[in-house]
Design a protein around this ligand. Structure first.
Ligand code: ATP
Length: 377
């Protein structure tokens, strides 16, 4: 008879690495049109032109960063005419830091002296690019971290108008934002040079999620560890949470739960047990793009428990001085991000008497919001 118990030195994971978020999936399904649009935007750069500015928009976990990485590795494999630089704006959120990142990528090392002036960094980048007749493509990932203090205007102005000072300098920007639309109003001097082509990244459907997770599971686990019924269950859970990362995390955690029981296969109970923690993965990614007043309203919902929209509004107005329109806008946004529920009051309950509830454990929300505030943005 086949042994069902896992020995202490055995594992059900064939390749753990594929269940990590930073794993670059070999097969990037359901994003063909977005990849085409991105390739189209950098194409002019290969012929000595300027890349087309682009804006990738979509909720967390819809493959925006993955698309950029794929694009950039293809560019690097194809030609040295184009210099692609990926900037994580959560880490590099000043113009100086971003240009240091570009400098290091282009020249292969940091500037010799720390504290070197911005002007010298820019000068070196622009002259090198012009001399080598190359084009720059800068991806500003999570660009919302550049909105406070209007840092984004300074970054775009410098990148996209540098050719006025350094003739022959060519640069394009791919901005990445975890939201369905761009609400930021640019400085007019930036707007005249930055009218990006929008590339939408919609949420994956349940079937798309199922296919993606199925493939991960095939590579990540040994055969027979996870059944197709369970993949279906995980896909449903992931669709409800609204973030593919939840599904990837759930596969991994459910696998660990099975190993804890020394079982050679994952059970439905393993998935249930892992579910709550995995759902929190969405919480931190959904908080990432939120503005200060949006986080404030979310924390009020967490603190007040199930409350009437009218009561919530009074507290919100006391703290921010904002009007009902803004309050309503944020409520809808938090609802769309699946952070709150505003709709289970039954017929006839509309407007200020709507009941608003948090979709996560309030303590977890307050803790994540605190971390998000500390990380800036
Ligand atoms: N089409 C896909 N096929 C396989 N894996 C995918 C696909 N789309 C996304 N993923 C995986 O989902 C995770 C999240 O993807 P990614 O980081 O690209 O999303 P994102 O839209 O940039 O999210 P955020 O806005 O939170 O930064 C990654 O682990 C990535 O490998």
């Amino acid at each position: 008879m086949k042994r069902e118990i896992l020995l202490w030195d055995e594992t059900i994971f064939k390749d753990r690495e594929v269940l990590e978020f930073d794993h670059m999936p070999e097969h990037f399904a359901h994003r063909e049109s977005q990849m085409e649009a991105l390739k189209f935007s950098v194409r002019p750069a290969f012929a000595g032109g300027r890349p087309v500015n682009t804006l990738c928009l979509g909720p967390p976990g819809t493959g925006k960063t993955t698309a950029i990485y794929k694009l950039f590795s293809e560019i690097e494999a194809h030609s040295s005419k184009v210099v692609p630089v990926h900037v994580n704006c959560q880490m590099d959120h000043t113009r100086h830091a971003i240009f240091l990142r570009i400098y290091s990528k282009l020249l292969g090392h940091s500037p010799p002296a720390s504290g070197v002036s911005f002007k010298r960094v820019l000068d070196r980048i622009a002259r090198t690019m012009v001399k080598e007749n190359r084009s720059l493509v800068v991806a500003l990932d999570d660009v919302n971290y550049l909105f406070p203090e209007k840092e984004i205007d300074r970054v775009l102005y410098t990148l996209l108008r540098a050719h006025e000072t350094f003739p022959g300098f060519r640069a394009g920007v791919i901005a990445v934002l975890s939201e369905p639309a761009l609400a930021y109003v640019f400085d007019p001097r930036v707007e005249s040079v930055f009218q990006p082509e929008e590339v939408p990244f919609p949420l994956y459907s349940k079937e798309e999620i199922r296919q993606i997770l199925d493939r991960r599971a095939q590579i990540g686990f040994y055969p027979g560890v996870v059944s197709s019924d369970l993949i279906e269950k995980i896909a449903e859970f992931t669709e409800r949470a609204g973030d593919l990362r939840v599904g990837i995390d759930l596969l991994k955690r459910a696998g660990l739960e099975a190993e804890r029981r020394a079982s050679k296969s994952i059970s439905s109970e393993d998935v249930d047990r892992a579910g709550e923690r995995s759902r929190l993965v969405h919480l931190s990614s959904a908080l990432k793009p939120l503005r200060e007043d949006e986080i404030l309203l979310l924390t009020l919902v967490a603190e007040m428990g199930a409350s009437k929209a009218g009561d919530l509004y009074s507290r919100f107005q006391d703290s921010t001085g904002s009007g009902y329109t803004r309050f309503h806008e944020i409520l809808n946004k938090l609802d769309a991000a699946r952070l709150i529920d505003t709709d289970f009051t039954g017929p006839g309950q509309r407007g200020r008497s709507r009941i608003v509830r948090i979709r996560y454990d309030p303590g977890e929300v307050l803790e994540s919001a605190r971390k998000r505030r500390e990380s800036g943005g």
